[in-house]
Design a protein around this ligand. Structure first.
Ligand code: HAM
Length: 428
């Protein structure tokens, strides 16, 4: 026998039971975001590799080691999207969205691909809900985005939720700070991990992320970017904080919050859940005022976030939700009938299920050739309100609540009529 195949490591099937909470989350996110004026956008699953090299940054882990990159016909390098902000920014520029009223508020729900080492909550293919507001530098944009994500996560009952907030300042502030930090790291080089040491010049800020004990000790005394913000950055950050206070969203200031993408400037944030293991970030984002220029567009401010669907569902526990009500289960009982008579039963049953759907009822047709007893059992399992039993020349209707059974004169339409009436008046 041929060997059974499995889904690649780090990927997951979403089985029907698992799709229930995901769908609930999608509905919630949609209603929160569209209610605030965000409109859905879809970008392609793959993009020119250069988009991520320029947008996400060549010094990031994502671009250095996690991208799925391949050659298209004609030798063009393409990459499965590892994140959604650079693609949305590209779409904004490509479609001249600067002509629309600003900021342009967009949201997405898409799959993303990163070649990371898989573990609980970390996959090679995962899904994000994301929101991007492009075209405004207002601190209110950042605060509002954070409040919207907070609303989604709390309404979905993500357990033990925390918000970390920081500001990275503008690129100029960061350049000055960077030199200061590099000098500090060089002065303490012998206590740093090999990896951090090798990246001092490339990405010194990432040293704050290290869990190497020596590096952590050194970083505890390191200069902090948040102490170096210029007056404009400070004012912007103070306003974001004041608006979050007004909205009643609490947060911890985290001067060492470093996000793994290069496009951030000023506000950065991350929501974590204590219910998750090592991969505790459920969502994060920030402001990316320099990104559009990196992508060859005019200077255009932007801000946004993305949240991992798998992690949200994991951290919120199981959320049982009733499935759709099954109004009618169509069973067949051909008895001793053969040939055309047996076929007539199958055709009537098929028609009844289809016509019931046309009439707005949820109906299921027996498809497995079970005995009548087996069919009634299956109907009960499926939660059917009524079961129609189609026999040669006759249809019977069983009310599964009262147990009452009776023949229905008048064929398929009469059965549908009775089921509709049994549903009671429609409440609008
Ligand atoms: P990110 O922090 O890389 O940001 O990802 C956002 C969220 O996606 C994470 O908090 C996590 O929940 C989920 N996530 C990331 N990688 C994985 C993975 N391998 N497996 C499962 N879940 C994962 C961004 O992607 C930015 N584009 C966010 C943003 C939007 N910033 C501004 N606008």
């Amino acid at each position: 026998m041929a060997q059974k195949l499995q889904a690649p490591r780090g990927t997951q099937d979403v089985l029907p039971d698992q799709s229930v909470p995901r769908l609930a989350l999608e509905r919630l996110a949609r209603s929160v975001l569209e209610g605030a004026g965000y409109r859905r956008i879809e970008t392609p699953t793959f993009e020119a590799t250069e988009l991520f090299a320029r947008g996400v940054g060549t010094s990031t882990d994502i671009v250095q080691k996690e991208m799925y990159t391949l050659e298209d016909r004609g030798g063009r390098s393409i990459t499965l999207r590892p994140e959604g902000t650079a693609p949305v920014a590209r779409a904004y520029l490509e479609h001249g969205m600067h002509k629309l009223p600003q900021p342009v508020k967009l949201w997405y729900l898409s799959s993303f691909y990163r070649n990371e080492r898989p573990q609980q909550g970390r996959y090679k293919q995962f899904w994000q809900i994301g929101a991007e507001a492009i075209g405004s530098a207002e601190p209110a944009v950042d605060a509002e985005l954070i409040v919207l994500l907070h609303t989604i996560l709390t309404e979905f009952e993500v357990a033990d939720l925390h918000l970390r907030l920081g500001s990275l300042g503008t690129p100029e502030t960061r350049a000055v700070y960077r030199e200061k930090l590099v000098a500090y790291l060089r002065a303490n080089e012998d206590r740093l991990s090999e990896e951090v040491r090798s990246r001092i010049d490339l990405n010194p800020l990432r040293a704050f992320d290290s869990d190497h004990p020596g590096t952590r000790e050194v970083m505890a005394g390191a200069p902090l970017l948040m102490d170096e913000l210029d007056a404009g950055d400070q004012e912007h950050f103070d306003e974001v904080r004041a608006l979050l206070d007004i909205a009643g969203v609490s947060y911890d200031l985290d001067p060492t919050l470093v996000r793994g993408l290069d496009y951030y400037a000023r506000t950065v944030f991350e929501f974590t859940s204590g219910a998750l293991g090592a991969q505790s970030a459920v969502g994060g984002g920030g402001r990316y005022d320099g990104l559009m220029e990196q992508l060859g567009g005019p200077a255009t401010p932007g801000s946004g976030w993305a949240a991992g669907i798998e992690r949200i569902v994991l951290s919120a526990g199981h959320r049982p939700e009733p499935g759709p009500v099954l109004d009618l289960y169509v069973a067949l009982d051909a008895g001793d009938a053969q040939g055309d008579d047996a076929r007539a039963v199958r055709v009537t049953a098929f028609q009844l299920a289809a016509r019931a759907r046309e009439a707005g009822l949820n109906s299921q047709l027996e498809l497995a050739g079970r005995s009548l007893k087996g069919q009634l059992k299956q109907a009960a399992r499926a939660g059917a309100r009524y079961v129609a039993v189609v026999r040669p020349g006759e249809i019977g209707l069983k009310d599964m609540e009262s147990g009452e059974q009776r023949p229905v004169a008048g064929g398929v339409d009469a059965v549908i009529h009775d089921v509709l009436r049994g549903r009671g008046p429609v409440v609008l």
